[in-house]
Design a protein around this ligand. Structure first.
Ligand code: GLN
Length: 192
């Protein structure tokens, strides 16, 4: 049976994630309300504007149910703003995050000139071919907790793709490149 993946559809590029899921023959479902979290095999929080998504998650009462599902082992993938929203601490976000991923992040932390860029990343967990990673006003991960594994780093050493048990997050946008491997890796986590 096709895996059912909820994509948080409050703001941001959730359509792109739904398209990737379709190409991978998974069943994507838009999630806006707590009851739409029922019966899912995994959840994706897209890129967008973390302040807006955070505000809407609180307004739509999604924070607590999501925290509970994650604690029960539900796999969660966050990309860019999604990563910020999963973090234990986002230093310059006054609003609430899920605080499920043991990292500390700083928003919009690349300098102005390198605001957005694309680079070929080595991600050994996805195979030998480099991954085309699109960064758009990306956060910087300033601290990784002991249970968090870096799956990819920039040449300067900063982690940009990470995993902590059932949680996967990246500072770039795999949903905007044609490479499906990161989403495929996530779908694999669902059966582990
Ligand atoms: N800069 C955005 C934020 O802080 C994230 C950007 C993105 O998701 N591409 O929420």
């Amino acid at each position: 049976m096709a895996k059912k993946i909820g994509v948080l559809a409050l703001q941001g590029d959730f359509q792109e994630h739904l398209q990737v899921l379709e190409r991978l023959k998974a069943e994507g479902r838009e999630v806006r309300l707590p009851r739409e979290l029922e019966g899912l095999d995994g959840v994706i929080i897209p890129g967008g504007e973390s302040t807006t998504i955070s505000r809407l998650m609180a307004e739509f009462a999604l924070l607590e149910p999501l925290r509970k599902l994650v604690a029960e082992g539900l796999p969660l993938l966050g990309t860019c703003a999604g990563l910020i929203l999963m973090a234990r601490k986002a230093t310059d976000l006054a609003l609430e995050t899920l605080r499920v991923l043991d990292i500390e992040v700083k928003r919009n932390a690349f300098g102005r000139q390198v605001d957005s860029f694309e680079t070929e990343l080595a991600i050994p967990a996805l195979g030998d071919a480099p991954f085309p990673a699109v960064f758009i006003r990306a956060p910087i991960i300033e601290r990784l907790g002991p249970g968090v594994e870096a799956l990819a780093r920039l040449p300067e050493g900063g982690p940009v793709a990470i995993r902590q048990k059932n949680l996967l997050a990246c500072a770039f946008h795999p949903e905007l490149s044609r490479d499906l491997r990161l989403h495929a890796y996530f779908l694999n986590m669902l059966s582990q």
